[in-house]
Design a protein around this ligand. Structure first.
Ligand code: ADP
Length: 422
């Protein structure tokens, strides 16, 4: 059994976002954390998304990790490769989008790929190569102040040209409006003239469908999760992908339910308030952890006595003034670390104690929990709220339903709704 699509994502939540969209478009999808070992079997999956941490690391590391992922995906039989980056084209003049795409093209002995970060549904559009976030140009959207990769230029042809020695052209809006045939001709023309990349304009999702038809048989496609959502229909047209009744079908998992939260985002704080109006919760405090009391053990004992059909919540999430107080006393890093370690221990000991349905709120917190549980792959299930699916994973031979929610995602009733969806 070989996979149809092999994707390389430059960060973890981006990988989940992509995997979620592939499932919604009809592909059975597995997300792996880092490059899997040679013995990893993707089973019946149509798509495998390798989640790397290559967005902001040094160029050489991003290139070598991406190439390792590519080698694995090709061995798994991938018919098309996809390089996923953020819809705001998060990168610096050094990379990593250009250098990684260059390396991937070279590895597959190809000379052309489209760059399509746009996703009109999520208000990311591109016109004449200029990227907009909502109604603002990228460099006026707040992204110009990003701590790691400030985006001070919205002209993606220019941005990418600084990251690669390849020629960068444009698959422009007017051509896309003329349809698939004209767009294919434009791409053929760009290739003939020695262009290595084409930035794709897109103002509406319908143009993503045109682009997908143009690139369906390209060796490498690069972009955000928007264009990926349009690809599965092309794979079905080509006969590569058989329709499945429910690509997000997971095993029925029942058993004790737990939520751990280390996210202090406004959305998560609202979700906790909503949840605690009807359910029990245990609060962890970084200052108490720093004093050396074993609050994690207390939380574990507290939760053990309550594990049952009703979910329980263990959280460190706190409003900005409390977070600031802890950070001033302990330092930002130590406060975060104490909380992450405590929550990871709570999650792993309670999974040992029988928890089978687990929600984790917070990107960093999810990373800590996933590594404490030794999770290396996730089968992607149905979406709970945009960008956040249920997943299924194996922990010590037990099937666990796991939902990893990054801070700002999810509606107010996310925690209770999640268990209803499952
Ligand atoms: P988000 O996805 O909302 O950014 P993260 O888990 O990525 O959430 O980041 C939140 C960070 O804040 C984590 O490092 C976590 O350990 C830390 N943290 C959580 N609660 C507190 C608190 N009460 N005081 C200080 N830091 C906290």
């Amino acid at each position: 059994m070989s996979i149809v699509l092999g994707a390389i994502a430059d960060d973890f939540t981006g990988a989940t976002d992509l995997a979620n969209n592939l499932v919604r478009a009809g592909m059975r999808t597995i997300q792996v954390i880092g490059v899997p070992g040679n013995d990893f079997d993707p089973g019946e999956a149509d798509a495998v998304v390798v989640a790397l941490k290559s967005r902001s690391c040094p160029v050489a590391e991003a290139v070598s990790d991406s190439n390792a992922a590519l080698t694995w995906l090709r061995t798994a039989g991938a018919r098309q490769l996809f390089f996923k980056y953020c819809s705001t084209f998060d990168s610096t003049d050094q990379g990593n989008i250009g250098p990684v795409a260059d390396a991937l093209l070279e590895s597959i002995d190809d000379d052309f790929a489209v760059m399509c970060p746009s996703f009109p549904t999520n208000k990311r559009t591109v016109y004449q190569g200029y990227l907009y976030a909502g109604d603002r140009l990228l460099n006026e959207s707040g992204m110009e102040n990003h701590p790691l990769n400030p985006m001070a230029d919205a002209d993606l042809v220019r941005v990418l040209s600084r990251q690669t020695d390849g020629k960068v052209g444009l698959l422009d809006f007017a051509t896309l409006q003329q349809g698939v045939e004209s767009s294919c001709e434009r791409v053929t023309e760009l290739r003939r003239r020695g262009y290595r990349y084409a930035i794709c304009d897109t103002l509406e999702d319908s143009q993503l469908e045109v682009i997908a038809a143009v690139v369906a048989e390209h060796g490498l496609v690069t972009g955000g999760s928007g264009i990926a959502q349009a690809l599965p229909a092309e794979y079905r047209r080509l006969g590569w992908l058989q329709p499945v009744a429910d690509a997000g079908h997971l095993s029925a998992i029942s058993g004790p339910a737990l939520i751990v939260s280390g996210s202090c985002s406004t959305a998560t704080l609202g979700q906790i308030k909503h949840f605690t109006s009807e359910h029990e919760a245990f609060a962890i405090d970084p200052l108490a952890l720093a004093e050396g009391g074993d609050q994690a053990a207390e939380a574990i004992d507290w939760a053990r006595q309550r594990l049952g059909e009703k979910p329980v919540l263990v959280y460190a999430s706190a409003p900005p003034e409390r977070v600031r107080e802890a950070q001033e006393k302990l330092g930002v890093e130590r406060a975060g670390e104490l909380v992450e370690q405590a929550l990871a221990r709570v999650a792993s000991e309670l999974v040992n104690a029988g928890v089978r349905r687990l929600i984790v709120a917070g990107g960093e917190t999810s990373g800590a929990v996933v590594s404490a549980l030794d999770v290396t792959s996730l089968r992607i299930g149905h979406q709970i709220d945009p960008g956040v699916p249920w997943t299924e994973t194996d922990v010590d031979g037990n099937n666990i339903a796991l939902a990893l929610k990054s801070g700002n995602f999810g509606a107010e009733n996310f925690f209770s709704r999640a268990f209803e969806v499952l």
